[in-house]
Design a protein. Sequence first.
Length: 129
Amino acid sequence: MSEIKDNLRYTENHEWVKLDGNKAVVGITDYAQDSLGEIVYVELPETDDEFSRGEEAASIESVKAAAPVYAAMGGRIVEVNEELEDAPEKVNEAPYEAFIYVMEVSNPEEFNELMDSSAYAAFLEENEH
């Protein structure tokens, strides 16, 4: 069973979101990194890029596949995890610590529309069959 943190919210595309005031910290879930396998490259967004919710903001390449990372909420990128450029495997090792980007959100209410940990666990269970 994949690890799911109670203090985060989740998307159907397996991104996790931690809201801190008007800043959203975003990464991919344990389930996502496990599904991708060994991650070899993370393409980060640029600081000041703006995205609407659901737009592709970054991408992750593994030995198996390439996968988009979507904007879980709308807003402007204020920080990217540059460590991942040299050490993309950090996403495999600690997916909930190796964030991909931090976004200043334009509508904090969007956070409430994301799945909480129990809803995400149910979503995973439903989609495993």
